[in-house]
Design a binder for this molecule. Structure first.
Ligand code: GAL
Length: 394
């Protein structure tokens, strides 16, 4: 009697808890099977955010073909929030967001897009707005009620806090908030989040803030494109479907790099299976910027279902070769010239795991041109601060 009562209880408890936990986990796990794509306000607009900006950006996302190319999330970064009310609820800036966040999320959703917000694990955000420390569950429930689909969660003003614990706390709050929310961890790579963040969030920043420059660096930790690329070299084993290294948002179109440099930027983000969060003004894009951000063949490299991050396979100092394995035994390859003079760069089939004598179809992804079936190697002359990006199909 006693024993069968026990067994029954165990079965009942198992039935009650395991499926629920599993169902909750599997929906969270499935939110970013490929790297998230969207737009974030910070790189171009900093604190100058408003509902007009977000509505017109959502309109532009559709009108420019960005949505059609796969961009989905519209994320408001820092500065949308001003205070907490007496019950501790977070209060959006009433001057900049007079219609409130629910109405704004509804508008973004009405365009077939998704809506994202930003908060911080500490007492205050980097721009000194209220942080979520001590309000994790309240904030998560509020975001879900507004219709938020994506949360970027920063790491300013967190003295004495443990990064893993703080992010796990918000991850749990989001999972039980009643709405699927992509969780973007932004602690700048300080505690090596690639070692603990898979399963906690869907993406994690790997570096300090990107700057709109080739190789500058700021005393506070901001850095140009090639410094960010160099810091990704050893991180490829940690990315995969549902969990991505995030080398920060795009600067393409923000004006301080050349078209070649922006092409290199976008090629690398795709080869690295990085989240593609545009950071420019979508309402005023040159054709050149639009052509880079919406190149479907380059985006397909980023979004390849295998979900493998690319890696460096040859290093000649000023010239490098990087390779990303794609589904169907294909490879994406970047011939990268980081130097100041045009140089021929070669990829050998054996550097990318193909037999030296094999024939493979080669396609130039920026020229949109088939280059034929080639045996053993491919060489191209690459302009300074530029790339040639190819897809190789054995
Ligand atoms: C930084 C973060 C940036 C941006 C900024 C807002 O910590 O890395 O991407 O969110 O805060 O204040």
């Amino acid at each position: 009697m006693q024993k069968s009562y026990c067994i029954c209880l165990v079965i009942l408890l198992t039935a009650a808890f395991i499926p629920a936990a599993h169902a909750e986990d599997s929906s969270f796990e499935n939110l970013a099977k490929t790297p998230p794509m969207g737009w974030n306000s910070w790189n171009k607009f900093a604190c100058n955010v408003s509902e007009d900006l977000i509505r017109s950006t959502a309109d532009a996302m559709v009108a420019t073909g960005m949505k059609e190319a796969g961009y989905e999330y519209i994320v408001i970064d820092d500065c949308w929030q001003v205070s907490r009310d007496e019950q501790g609820n977070i209060v959006p800036d009433p001057k900049r967001f007079p219609s409130g966040m629910k109405a704004l999320a509804d508008y973004v959703h009405s365009k077939g897009l998704k809506f994202g917000l930003y908060s911080d694990a500490g007492t205050a955000t980097c721009q000194k707005r209220p942080g979520s420390k001590g309000f994790e569950e309240k904030d998560a429930r509020q975001y879900a009620a507004w219709g938020v689909d994506y949360l970027k969660y920063d790491w300013c003003n967190t003295e004495g806090q443990d990064a893993r614990e703080a992010y796990v706390k918000m991850s749990r709050a989001l999972r039980t908030a009643g709405r699927p929310i992509v969780f973007s961890i932004c602690e700048w790579g300080t505690s090596q989040p690639w070692l603990w963040a898979p399963g906690v969030g869907h993406l994690w920043r790997t570096t300090g803030d990107i700057q709109d420059c080739w190789d500058c660096s700021q005393p506070w930790g901001g850095m140009g494109l090639i410094h960010i690329i160099d810091l990704q070299t050893d991180l490829h084993p940690y990315a995969g479907p549902g969990h991505w290294n995030d080398p920060d948002m795009l600067e393409v179109g923000n004006g301080k790099m050349t078209a070649a440099e922006y092409r290199a930027h976008f090629s690398f983000w795709s080869l690295l299976a990085a989240p593609l969060m545009a950071g420019n003004d979508l309402r005023n894009m040159t054709q050149e910027t639009k052509d880079i951000l919406t190149n479907k063949e380059v985006i397909a490299v980023d979004q390849d279902p295998l979900g493998m991050q690319g890696r460096k396979v040859a290093d000649g100092g000023a010239t490098e070769v990087w390779m990303k394995p794609l589904s169907g035994a294909a490879r994406a390859v970047i011939l990268f010239n980081r130097g100041n003079v045009a140089s021929p760069i070669t990829v050998l089939w054996e550097q990318i795991g193909l037999a030296p004598g094999a024939e493979a179809q080669v396609r130039d992804l920026w020229a949109g041109k088939d280059l034929g079936r080639l045996k053993g190697r491919f060489t191209a002359k690459v302009a300074p601060h530029d790339v040639v990006m190819i897809r190789i199909q054995p």
